[in-house]
Design a binder for this molecule. Sequence first.
Ligand code: DLL
Length: 433
Amino acid sequence: MIYNMEYETLPREALEAIQLRRLQTTLDRVYATVPFYRKRFEEAGLRPVDIKSLEDLSRIPFTTKQDLRDNYPFGMFAVPMDNVVRIHASSGTTGQPTVVGYTSRDIGTWAELMARSLVAGGGTSGDIIHNAYGYGLFTGGLGVHYGAERLGASVIPVSGGNTKRQVMIMKDFGPTILTATPSYTLHLAEVAQDLGIDFADLNFKFGIFGAEPWSEKMRAEIERKCGLSAIDIYGLSEVIGPGVAIECHEAKKGLHIFEDHFIAEIINPDTGEVLPYGEMGELVFTSITKEAFPVIRYRTRDITRLQPEACVCGRTFVRMEKVSGRSDDMLIIRGVNVFPSQIESVLMEIDGVEPHYQLVVDRVGNLDVLTVMVEVGEEAFSDEVKKLQTLERTITKNIKDYFGVSAKVKLAEPKSIARSEGKAVRVIDNRKL
Ligand code: DLL
């Protein structure tokens, strides 16, 4: 099923014509109303009229998270506060949060994109959606909520936390779609099990999971434990929130980007050069319909590649590969680039290991030392010491084989690694302290 057949299946040429028109309108608006963008244009010797084709986009300077911080809180808004009806902010794990605003039309656009997303992820108006993304400044909760209402589904606005109560609701109300972070989903499954409820016996058909990186191996684990089909949804506050891109449940291979609202580019993060389809690099977005908080060539720091091939679902939008991680989460251990999600994949291959782990990075002398803390399951834990030692050695060896660098492995007792109610904290970097 496709929510907006007209737009989601546009032939490339028609789509590009719409993109160019919308891009030009957006550039005119930000030039006239946002001093930051006008200054950037002037410094580059550009005016909006100079952008005559989609290729010309690459002449415009990038916008970074730091630029947004420098204009904290409302300096990037392109409309008077009178027209702003909603304010959200990104989690801000490092320093100041990023503040974003929406006009009433923006909220409408977002609801449409989330309705499209829910349908791509297998949803219909007959579904009951258990929405365990946090409501509040985080965009996850309200983003899904408005999309569900637009679709005409029934939404349970349960938000994150109060996990036992969530399990009761899941059992009693029989929701058919779960929306949550992948890490919180695992926590829900675990608490359900403690309460004697097998998640797989519940009514869920689909889970629409995102807001943090999760590997294919993690997907398989969640699908097995929870008895549902797990769909990946991507988004970020600066661009709109959830609903920038989503997998279709038919293919589950790459996330369709809603290109009639956002233009995606992949760049070499070191040089800023635009890379062709298929090459791995940093994802950059330009919003082309947003009113209150348009972003021009915003550097997401997320690493992925774009796949233009046609999809079985019929959507013509380009797909982005599952995000392997953020460039700022990437660890460089003795010169080798390591993404937490790659470690996750290695761990998930091994029997007896639970999908709960944390990576601790320390500096010892001039060397970065990586410690992988990983939980073992109840069964493995009750085994004799010798077996645990063998498990530890297997993990160490597999990491060494995969990355070519050694990590210290520490097995942790069942349920000893902190569970998340939102985004999981995977990396503890003691080098920055
Ligand atoms: O996480 C929006 C969201 C809510 C997306 C619910 C999906 C579901 P922020 O808090 O601004 O917004 O964080 C955005 O989270 O730049 C990525 O690094 C990461 N991220 C989001 N979705 C995915 C995903 C929301 N599916 C940042 N896979 C982004 C990997 C993701 N990383």
